[in-house]
Design a protein around this ligand. Sequence first.
Ligand code: B1M
Length: 221
Amino acid sequence: MTDLLIKLATCVEFGKVDINSPYPPEMKNQEGAFELTKSALDSGVTPGIILEEALIPAMSKVGQKFSRNEIFVPQMLMAAKAMSSSMIHLKPFYLNGQTKRKGTFIIGTVTGDLHDIGKNLVAMMIEGGGWEVIDLGVDVSIDKFMQAVEKYPGAVLGLSALLTTTMENMRKTVIALREKHSDLKILIGGAPVTDEFCQKIGADFYSPDPQGAVEYLKTLA
Ligand code: B1M
C-alpha cells in the first residue's frame, strides 16, 4: 500500500475528517480523509483501490475495536464521518458506473420504532464495507420495505428494532416479505433482539453489532 493510502486509512480509523477538523487532537492541522482521497485520485489511484485498500480495512478495524469495547459510539461516529468525507469524492464514480459496489443493502427501523443511532452505525459500517446502502429511515412500514425490495432485486435487507413492543412488528415484516420473496436474505439486530428470536421469526441472520453485520454480508458478496 502507498504512503498516501496508509495515511488515508489512518485518518478513517481515527476519525480525522478534513484539515479543519480538530478531532483527534493529536492530528490537528494535518490533512484528513477528504484531502487525502482527492490527492489519491489526482495521483491516479482508482476509486476501487481506495475503497479496497484504505477505507474497507480501516472501517473493519473500527468495527473490530467496537466489538471488543476498545472504542465507543462517539469514536465510531467520527470514523464513519471521515469515511463519508472520503466517499464524497468516490460517489461520482459509483453513480456513473465506473466502479462497482459489492451489492445493495436496504436497511430500516421497523414500524412504530423511532430509534436510529444503532441502525445508522450499521448502515455506515456496511457502506464502509463496500456496499451501496439504501437507508429507509425509522418507523418503516411493511409496504415501504416491500417497495424497496422490489425496486432493488437481489438486495439484502436489514431490520432494526429497539423496543420489545416493536419486535412484534419485526416479526410481521419478516413474514410478509418472506411470503412474497422467499429467497430474500434478511439480517436483523437491535438491543432486545436475539439469535433465538431470529430463528423463531425465520430471518436469516442476527448480529448484535455492526461488525457482525459486515461479516455476514461478506459471506453473501
Ligand atoms: Co428509547 N428506549 N424510547 N429513546 N432509548 C430504549 C431502547 C430503552 C431500553 C430505555 C430504557 O427504558 N432503559 C427502552 C426500551 C425498553 C424495551 O422495550 N425493552 C426505550 C423506550 C421505552 C423508549 C420510549 C417508549 C420512551 C417513551 O416515550 N416512553 C420511546 C419510544 C419511541 C419510539 O421508538 N416509538 C423512546 C424514545 C427514545 C428517543 C427518541 C428519546 C431516543 C432515540 C433517539 C434516536 O435513536 N435518534 C431514545 C434513546 C436514545 C434510547 C436509549 C437511551 C439509547 C438507544 C441507543 O441509541 N443506543 C435506549 C437505552 C439503551 O439502549 N441504553 C432506549 C446506542 C446504539 C449504538 O445502540 O441502538 O442498541 P443500539 O444499536 C446497537 C446494536 O443493537 C446493534 O448495533 C448497534 C451498535 O452496536 N444494532 C444492529 C442495532 N440495529 C441493528 C441492526 C442490525 C444489526 C445490528 O442489522 C440490521
